[in-house]
Design a protein around this ligand. Structure first.
Ligand code: CUA
Length: 337
C-alpha cells in the first residue's frame, strides 16, 4: 500500500507524509532546523575563534576602535528579512491549515476521557477509528465532553486542541491510502497515553463500499438510523424551536430565520457584525442574550442544561443542512461517487 511517498522525503526521522500538508510542514520544519544549526555553528565557531585569539598572553590587538557601519547594517538587515520571511511563510501555512475549503466533507469529533468518537454526515459512528476517503478535503468539527484533549495525526501533520464548551475545526486531505496512528497530544488524565486510535485512508471506491457496508450492518460499526441532521431536526421540533424560528416559510417570526444562517454575516443590535459559525450558534443556544440579532427582541430562554454536546452537534448539523435554495436535507458524502 505504501507508495514511494510513504518513505520520508528529506529526513528518515519523519512519520510518513500522507496529507497535502505533510511536505509543506516538513519543508518549513527542516528549514528552521537547518537555519538554527547554521546559526549554532556560527556562534560556536566565533566562541572558539575569539577565545583562542584573545586568550591571556596572546599578542592580539586589543585596541580596535573603528566600526564598520556597512557590516553592521548587513547583519541587521539580512536576519531581519530572514525572520520576517519565515514568519510570513509559517503564517500563510498556518492560515491554510485553519481554513477548510468549502467543499470539504464534514466529520464530527468528540473527545472524551479516554476515547475518540467520530460521526460521519450519514450518521455512521466510529470509536477510536476514522475511515476517510483519499484525495478529498475532510473537515473535522471537534468538541470535548470533559477536559482539553488534542487531536494529533502525525502522518497528516495536524494537531489541534479539542476543547469543552466550544467547537474547534481543522481539516486535512489524505494523499496515500493506508493506516496511520492518531493520538491525544494534551495530557488529559490517567489514561491519556492510551487515548489513541488510527485513521484508515481508503481509495474513494473502497470508501464508498465501506459506507455501504456500514449501512447494511456488515461492518462492525454502530449505525444510527438517523443522521445527525435528522436527529437535529427531531430535537428542533421537540424543543419547539419552530415557535420562534420558522423554517421554509412556516411558523416563526419572533426569532431570526435559520435558513442559510450557517456561515452568513449577522448584524447585531449593538451595531457590530459577526459570522454565524459553530461557536456563534452554540452560544446563541446556550446563552441567547450574549449576542442579540438586530431587529429582534431579547426573549429567547437559555437551553443550557437541556441539550448536551452531542445534541448540540446534531442541531448544528440540522442548521447546516438548511439551505433554502437547494432544499437538500443533508450533504451525505456517499452522494459522491
Ligand atoms: Cu485526551 Cu490526552
Amino acid at each position: 500500500m505504501k507508495g514511494l511517498l510513504g518513505v520520508a522525503w528529506i529526513f528518515p526521522l519523519s512519520p510518513p507524509q500522507a496529507s497535502t500538508f505533510s511536505k509543506k510542514v516538513d519543508l518549513l520544519f527542516y528549514t528552521l532546523t537547518l537555519g538554527s544549526l547554521i546559526l549554532l555553528f556560527c556562534v560556536f565557531f566565533y566562541i572558539f575563534y575569539f577565545s583562542t585569539k584573545y586568550r591571556r598572553g596572546s599578542r592580539a590587538d586589543r585596541k580596535q576602535e573603528h566600526t564598520h557601519l556597512l557590516l553592521e547594517v548587513i547583519w541587521i538587515v539580512i536576519p531581519f528579512f530572514m525572520f520576517v520571511g519565515v514568519f510570513l511563510w509559517s503564517a500563510q501555512l498556518y492560515m491554510s491549515m485553519n481554513l477548510p475549503p468549502s467543499n470539504a466533507m464534514n466529520i464530527y469529533v468528540a473527545g472524551k476521557q479516554w476515547m475518540w468518537k467520530f460521526q460521519h454526515a450519514d450518521g455512521t459512528r466510529e470509536m477510536n477509528e476514522l475511515h476517510v476517503p483519499v484525495d478529498l478535503p475532510i473537515r473535522l468539527t471537534m468538541t470535548s465532553e470533559d477536559v482539553i484533549h488534542s487531536l494529533y495525526i502525525p502522518a497528516f501533520r495536524i494537531k489541534h486542541d479539542v476543547l469543552p464548551e466550544r467547537f474547534e475545526t481543522t481539516w486535512f486531505q489524505a494523499t496515500q491510502p493506508g493506516e496511520y496512528p492518531l493520538f491525544c497530544a494534551e495530557y488529559c488524565g490517567t489514561n491519556h497515553s492510551g487515548m489513541e486510535g488510527r485513521v484508515i485512508v481508503l481509495t474513494q471506491e473502497a470508501y464508498a463500499e465501506w459506507t455501504k457496508n456500514t449501512q447494511l450492518g456488515i461492518a462492525p460499526i454502530a449505525k444510527d438510523e438517523k443522521n445527525p441532521a435528522n436527529s437535529g431536526r427531531a430535537l428542533y421540533e421537540k424543543l419547539a424551536c419552530q415557535t420562534c424560528h420558522g423554517v421554509n416559510g412556516s411558523g416563526g417570526g419572533v426569532g431570526p430565520k435559520l435558513e442559510n444562517l450557517m456561515g452568513s454575516k449577522v448584524d447585531l443590535a449593538d451595531g457590530s457584525r459577526v459570522i454565524a459559525d459553530e461557536n456563534y450558534i452554540r452560544e446563541s443556544i446556550l446563552k441567547p442574550n450574549a449576542k442579540i440579532v438586530q431587529g429582534y427582541p431579547a426573549v429567547m430562554p437559555t437551553f443550557q442544561g437541556q441539550v448536551n454536546d452531542e445534541e448540540l452537534l446534531s442541531l448544528l448539523s440540522y442548521i447546516q443542512s438548511l439551505r433554502s435554495v437547494s432544499g437538500s436535507e443533508t450533504q451525505a458524502p456517499s452522494e459522491n461517487e
